[in-house]
Design a protein around this ligand. Structure first.
Ligand code: SF4
Length: 403
């Protein structure tokens, strides 16, 4: 389903809190409308290693330099045997993406923004690059920015080096630096001198032979200092969409960043967090205030935690408080070594869907993965969870882990 973005919601709130006139755009809803929800979901739920989303927008981003895709489509065919007319339809999606980007870029430019930024995670890099490139062509005075997990560290440096239509690239957490950066750009234009460029930001000045003193990644230490995210733009877009009755919205929320387990024993396969593994979490009053405020504003009780891992301290703080709030339906990612009492607590609080990172049912493999769990713990969670939760949620959780 086309979802609201925690990054966009948080950044918009940060900008408005510091007096920057900012608004969010959700082309994901319009694109689902354009190509049909079924096709959108086929791409959305395809195996991420196939990168179908990136391929779909590659031509819009790179024009003639994008590989034509004949061989790639042949490689994909076995994965989409249940998609009738797959090869034809996926080519049509790519062609539609070119027209769509032109249309969205034209709409954005018509609003006469001074700065346009895209937050890019997972398969959003080509679509973001395509949109910023077309905006630059339509109005070269508009200053462009790119950030998000796809710009972390070396990826941000390379994006800045390779895509001249992107003025600023932010590596790391932009929440606190973005308002100040926007004020500087609005005052001085895109050619900020190097000493004015915050740590973690790649700016046009660094393309002219000025070197950075050191690579850096922006980070927010105290998550309670962040404003409550704004999803008004998402819900406005959704309400005006012909898909409104078919999309069941869910509000994203963030109670922590980093991973307390990975900080000590980084799971072997984990590619999350880049250099930002240090675990930080919001206080219990803040978590409850945020969820209650968003529920009351949008009249929705379905929440999706974007945390990598549930803060274990919440079992004595936030989880009982969410139970008192009542009536919630919450998704959380957790570690798998939950006790029966903890699972009961989660169920009581309305946490009805978890992604526990079971990964394997083989002790040697779990040790190699550095999961810090055992087959017994995983089986216990599955049996306790099956008893307390809707089995359907567990089944989908198992499908996601490939078991
Ligand atoms: S628990 Fe999850 S986020 Fe943490 S290191 Fe392991 S895979 Fe990564």
């Amino acid at each position: 389903m086309p979802r609201a973005s925690i990054a966009l919601g948080t950044l918009i709130a940060c900008l408005r809190a510091e007096g920057v006139d900012a608004g969010g755009v959700y082309p994901n809803i319009r694109f689902a409308e354009r190509i049909g929800l079924a096709a959108y979901e086929r791409v959305n739920h395809s195996d991420i290693t196939l990168q179908v989303g990136e391929w779909t927008f590659a031509e819009a981003a790179f024009r003639d330099a994008a590989p034509p895709g004949g061989e790639y489509i042949e490689t994909l065919a076995p994965y989409f045997s249940g998609w009738p007319g797959f090869a034809t339809e996926i080519r049509e999606l790519r062609a539609e993406a070119v027209r769509f980007i032109d249309e969205i870029a034209s709409n954005i430019v018509a609003g006469k923004p001074r700065i346009v930024g895209c937050s890019s995670v997972f398969q959003q890099q080509c679509a973001s690059l395509a949109l910023l490139r077309r905006i630059r062509e339509l109005d070269p005075d508009i200053i462009t920015m790119l950030g998000g997990a796809n710009c972390e560290g070396a990826m941000g440096a390379v994006a800045h080096e390779r895509y001249p239509w992107v003025d600023f690239v932010v590596s790391g957490e932009a929440d606190h630096l973005l308002p100040g950066l926007c004020h500087l750009i609005l005052d001085q234009g895109r050619d900020l001198p190097a000493p004015h460029v915050p740590a973690g930001v790649y700016a046009p000045v660094f393309r002219r032979g000025v070197t950075r003193s050191a690579e850096a990644r922006a980070i927010v230490q105290d998550l309670d200092t962040l404003p409550i995210p704004s999803f008004d733009d998402y819900f406005a877009e959704l309400e005006s969409s012909s898909l409104c009755s078919r999309i069941i919205p869910c509000i994203p929320f963030e109670s922590s960043r980093g991973c307390w387990w990975g900080q000590k024993h980084h799971c072997t396969f984990c590619g999350l967090n880049g250099a930002g593994m240090a675990f930080r979490s919001k206080s219990q009053p803040r978590v409850v205030e945020e969820i209650a405020a968003l529920r009351d504003r949008h009249g929705i009780s379905r929440f999706m935690g974007v945390d990598n891992i549930l803060d274990n301290r919440y079992f004595s703080t936030a989880i009982p408080a969410l139970t008192d709030l009542g009536g919630l339906s919450v998704f959380y990612e957790t570690k798998a070594n939950l006790s029966r009492a903890q699972v009961q607590q989660l169920a009581d609080a309305g946490v009805c869907w978890i992604q526990p990172g079971i990964e394997a049912l083989h002790d040697d493999l779990l040790a190699l993965l550095k999961k810090g769990t055992s087959v017994c713990m995983n089986v216990q969670l599955l049996t306790v969870g099956a008893h307390l939760w809707d089995l359907g949620h567990l089944e989908s959780s198992l499908r996601r882990t490939g078991r």
